[in-house]
Design a protein around this ligand. Sequence first.
Ligand SMILES: Cc1ncc(COP(=O)(O)O)c(C=O)c1O
Length: 347
Amino acid sequence: MKTIDLRSDTVTRPTPEMRAAMMDAPVGDDVFEGDPTVKALEAKVAALFEKEAALFVASGTMGNQISLYTHEHHRGDELICDDEAHIDWYEVGAAAALSGLQLRPIAAPGGIPDPERIAAAIRPPNIHHPVTSIIAVENTHNRAGGVVVPLEIMRLIAALGLENGIKTHLDGARIWNAAAATGVPLSEWGRGFDSISVCFSKGLGAPVGSAVIGTKDFITRARRTRKLFGGGMRQVGILAAACIWAIDHQLPRMADDHRRATTLATSIADIPGIALVPDPPPTNIVVMDIAKTGLTPDQALGQLAKRGALLTPFGPTRIRAVTHRDVDDTDIETAIGAIREVFVKQK
Ligand SMILES: Cc1ncc(COP(=O)(O)O)c(C=O)c1O
């Protein structure tokens, strides 16, 4: 029985063509800035976002944390993010541990931050208050179920940062999905933001790699932070080649992942007790609240795994399926069959 792995879009394996591109990549020592393939990737990504420069880093977490550290601030300063943000939930407290930043998580119902709430959270000057130094926005939003934060909101938050002298960071691990879902080009999503981090190892399907994007000056300083964090890599063009291949070949077909997520969602939406959050799924993430099915996430996942479909738990009553390059239409049909068998059988 084939296992359909819908746990995350990070589970993809490099294709033979991607591996061939890696084999053929010209390389050099990237700490000496001598790796031509890394340089090519960095230039390509900077151009896609219409920014001056980019820096290849190992992971999305590293991209976020290098960005936060590099923005000027003092220990104890505040970072505003939303209360479901990856930076808050899944980065091991790194903003505090590495950069001395205190998190100020703001409620963002449905994953959409409210610029007015953010504005109200900016600390006025007062000897007792911390200083608000950075505002971070996640787009698309993972814990909210792949929600696209609308462009108008992105613009308002960038403007808020500018007006108040506060740096803005876009956690764009899945910004590719926002562009694919809306048709709005990548360059628009980070417009006005001081830094962006993007991942090549999620929907783009590269085995490893992320990038930090910003001004030349910011990236020069970020390069130094990368060294500080132990992220200076050497003949890493073999990895950058996979990322270039992913941009050229995966980005144009990312809408297929969204279509498959929609097929999955619409084919299970009628199952009594299952609620999709959100409904319909905006991109490649399908979150199901199964509270009313009588099964716990662990029970459901166990039964699904026996039928060859792997999903992840996503809170006390929710499970998550993520579509990606390594699942095709037939796999989605198999997963739908497994889900129907597990949940419809309960009734
Ligand atoms: C929104 C978001 N940001 C950052 C990351 C971190 O990426 P990595 O796992 O490469 O550290 C993730 C990972 O899932 C993510 O979903």
